[in-house]
Design a protein around this ligand. Sequence first.
Ligand code: PFF
Length: 457
Amino acid sequence: MAVAVPERRTSLHGQWSSRFAFILAVSGSAIGLGNIWKFPYIAGVNGGGAFVLVYLLCVFMVGLPIMMAEILIGRRGRRNPIATMALLGEEEGGSRHWGLIGVAGVITGFLILSYYSVIAGWALAYIFESASGAFVEVDSAGVDEIFSGLSGSWIATGFWHTLFMVMTTVVVSRGVERGLERAVRVLMPALVVLLLMLLGYSIIAGDFAQGLRFMFEPKFSELTRAGALAALGHAFFTLSVGMGAVMAYGAYLPAGASIARTSVAVICADTGIAIVAGLVIFPIVFANGLDPAAGPGLIFQTLPLAFGQMPGGIIVAVLFFLLLTFAAWTSAISLMEPAVAWLIETAKLRRTSAAGLVGVTTWVLGFLSVGSFNVLANFRLFGRTLFDNLDFLTSNIMLPLGGLAIVFFAGWVMSRNSSADELDPAAGPGYRAWCFAARYIAPVAVVLIFLNAVGLF
Ligand code: PFF
C-alpha cells in the first residue's frame, strides 16, 4: 500500500479559530434534539434501564472511535466528505469509489434534516406558546390539547417547519464561522444552566426515585432486538457521526489540535446533557401519572406541566424552548453543511445558491414528516408513519452503516503512518487503543447488533 505523507492541505472554506471553537462547533452539532427530545422518548418507548446501558456502551465503545476516525479523515482530506473520501481512498492505495460513502452521508444528512426541522419547528412554536401564558397552571389534559392543536394541524406544523428551515438556510449561506461560533459560545452554557435548574425542580417536585430507577435499573427482559438496534442508532444520531457532518467540520480543524481530547470532551458533554434531560423528564412523567412511552410528543407533553407549576414558569419556559431551538439550529446547520460544501466545490455554486438549493429541497421533503402527525397519520409503510420510517432508516440503518464504512476505512484501509500522523501516537497508549477499537470493537459491535436485529443470533 501507499503512502508518503502528503503535504498539509488547507480547507477551501476557512478554518475554526481554535481547538476550543471546534469543540464548541462539534458539540453544537452533537447536542440537539437528539439529547433532549429523542433520547428520553426512545428510552421511554424501549423500557428504560437496559436500553440506556446499551446506548452508553455504544457511545463510548463505538461512537468515540468513529468520531475520532471522522475527524482525522476530515482533517487529512480538507475537502467536503465526498471529495475527501475519494481523495484519501485513492491516496491510500484503495479506490476513488470510497467517495460513495460520502455520497451516502450527504443523502443521510438531507433525509435527517427533513424531519429534524419539523420537531425543531415545534420547539420554536413552544417559545410563543409559553410566552402567551398558555401553560400557567395547566393540567395534563390541557397540555395534550395544546400539543395536538399544533401537531394535528399540517398548516401550523408546516409553518414552523418552514420558519426553522429558513433560519438554518440563512446561517449556512453565510458560512459557518461567522456568527455561529459566537452564538454557540454563549448558548450552550446557558442551556446547561437551565437544564440544571429544571433538574432541581424535578428532584423536588417529581418522582425522582422512580425516574432514576426507570433510567438506570437494567431490566434485560425488556430489551428487545429492535431496542438494541435503536440504542446503537441513537448513539450515532446523538454524536452526529456516520454521515460526514463531523468529517466536514474536521476539515476546518487547525493542524496541531488533539483529536482524541477533542472527541472525549464532545462525547462527555453530549452524554451528560442527555442523562440530565432524562432525569428532568422521567420524574415529571411519573409524578403526573403520564406514560413514559408516549412517543415523539413526550417532552412537549411533560415539561409544560412543570413550567406551569413553578414560580416564574413563563420565563423559564420561554428560555428553555429558546435554547432548545438554538441547540437544534446548531445541529441542523451541521446536517446541511456537507451537501452545501459539496455543491460549492463540485458544481462551483456560490454558497448562497448552494444553501438555497439544499434548503428548498429539504423543506419540500419535510412535508412528508409534517403530514405524518395529521393528514398522513394513517398512512403506514411497514407499520410505521413516514416520519417514523425516515427516522428508522436514517438513524438505525444508514448512520451505523456509514459509520462502519468510515471506521473500516480509517482502521484497515488507511496506513498507520497516515492515521498516526493525524492522531499523534506520541500521546501514548491512546493511539494503540484507538487502533484496536477502530479495527475490531466498533465494526464487530455494529455487525453483531445488526445480525441480532434481523434475528440471526
Ligand atoms: N446530533 C444531533 C442531535 O443529537 O440532535 C442530530 C444530528 C446532527 C445527527 C448532525 C446527525 C448529524 F450529522
